[in-house]
Write a protein that binds this ligand. Structure first.
Ligand code: ATP
Ligand code: LTN
Length: 334
């Protein structure tokens, strides 16, 4: 809770262009909260450097991601959209929380295990303490809910554990956050290996739809999507490829699974894949158009970056000062 209003925090890394998974699992859900919650949507550029980045490219991607948040429908007057690196309280709280997090807990994080297996030449301690910085992000804003995809649930759980531990020692300092998973789309699957989640960093370009892909590329990738040989459009666990395409189609069109199965009851996979591709093209077109328009509005975007960082900084510093006092740091002399 912040000033008597419920509070929400979420963020994404500026590591690559966003995927359909990022959109359907997270970003799409974010636009529903602006009236009921004090919302903070962060471009987590500090998390991004846990894997090596080209500096110019990181700066460009961070700005594109911030612009895409707005293009996808977040009103920057109502939602606080900002860069993590512009609010130093993230790093300061993260240090304190490191001292309340056990190595045994961090050793269990599946994202750390996956990423360190992938980047064997750079298993740095930032990658290891990544969840602690994430806990700081969430707890700084006294967040009640954190809308994310399924893969991030474990990080919200460790955030809750750290917050409860801190509260047990020092009293009611932090709000304990809940993960918020959308009813559909919390885990969009790879188009090439439908048992695996769709990921930004997949080496096979055909496995992933990027939000900025052009219509021909989108249709081509869906046409090549891996399915089974049964040729009936039905959503079951035994048919993960088709199940995932049906889910994507339902989200893109607003139809139910039953309506979709009925609509394609006499169609084959070829026709269905084309229809899924077309539905995604239509869903993404307005976002892509708005992104290209906003990209040119330099002063407008700069104003949002500045104003929202100030707002985030105000709330974040308030929590940080409270925490610093609780752990026993000397008061500032004014
Ligand atoms: P990477 O491949 O670099 O690990 P990613 O594609 O998994 O990246 P993140 O930046 O880790 O993306 O995730 C941003 C948000 O999108 C998170 O809330 C995450 O849960 C959600 N998300 C990521 N992939 C999917 C997916 N396939 N389906 C649903 N939600 C997803
Ligand atoms: N780890 C998240 C990004 C992230 C985040 C957060 C999400 C960083 N801090 C706080 C929600 C709340 C990811 O999607 N990879």
């Amino acid at each position: 809770m912040l000033d008597g209003k419920k509070s929400l925090f979420s963020g994404m890394q500026a590591t690559n262009t966003l995927t359909l998974g990022n959109y359907m699992g997270a970003l799409r859900n974010w636009v529903d909260f602006e009236d009921e919650y004090e919302t903070f949507y962060c471009v987590v550029d500090m998390h991004s450097i846990t894997v090596r980045q080209d500096p110019a490219e990181l700066r460009r991607r961070a700005r594109a991601l911030l612009t895409l948040y707005i293009a996808a429908g977040l009103n920057p007057e109502k939602n606080c959209i900002y860069y993590q690196s512009h609010v130093s309280a993230h790093a300061e709280l993260s240090w304190i929380l490191n001292c309340f997090t056990y190595m045994g807990e961090l050793n269990r994080m599946t994202q750390f295990k996956d990423k360190s297996a992938k980047h064997t030449d750079n298993i740095n301690s930032g990658l290891y303490t990544y969840p602690v910085l994430m806990a700081a992000d969430i707890l700084l804003f006294q967040s009640d809910i954190v809308p994310v995809g399924v893969d991030q649930k474990q990080h919200i759980e460790i955030t809750r554990d750290i917050a409860e531990r801190f509260n047990t020692i020092y009293g009611d300092v932090f709000t304990i956050p809940e993960p918020y998973l959308g009813k559909q789309g919390a885990k969009i699957m790879s188009l090439q290996e439908p048992e695996k989640k769709m990921s930004k960093s997949d080496e096979n370009a055909n496995a992933t739809i990027f939000l900025m892909d052009d219509p021909d590329t989108i249709i081509r990738k869906f046409k090549r999507a891996v399915t089974d040989s049964d040729n009936t459009i039905r959503s079951t666990e035994e048919k993960p490829g088709i199940k995932s395409l049906i889910e994507i189609y339902c989200i893109a069109t607003g139809k139910t699974i039953a309506e979709t199965e009925k609509e394609f009851s006499s169609a084959g996979y070829g026709d269905f894949k084309l229809a899924v591709g077309e539905s995604v093209v239509s869903m993404l077109k307005p976002i892509q158009d708005e992104f290209h328009r906003l990209e040119k509005e330099k002063d407008y975007i700069d104003g949002i970056i500045k104003g929202n960082a100030e707002k985030a900084n105000y709330y974040a510093t308030k929590t940080l000062r409270k925490v610093q006092k609780k752990v026993g740091f000397p008061e500032r002399i004014r």
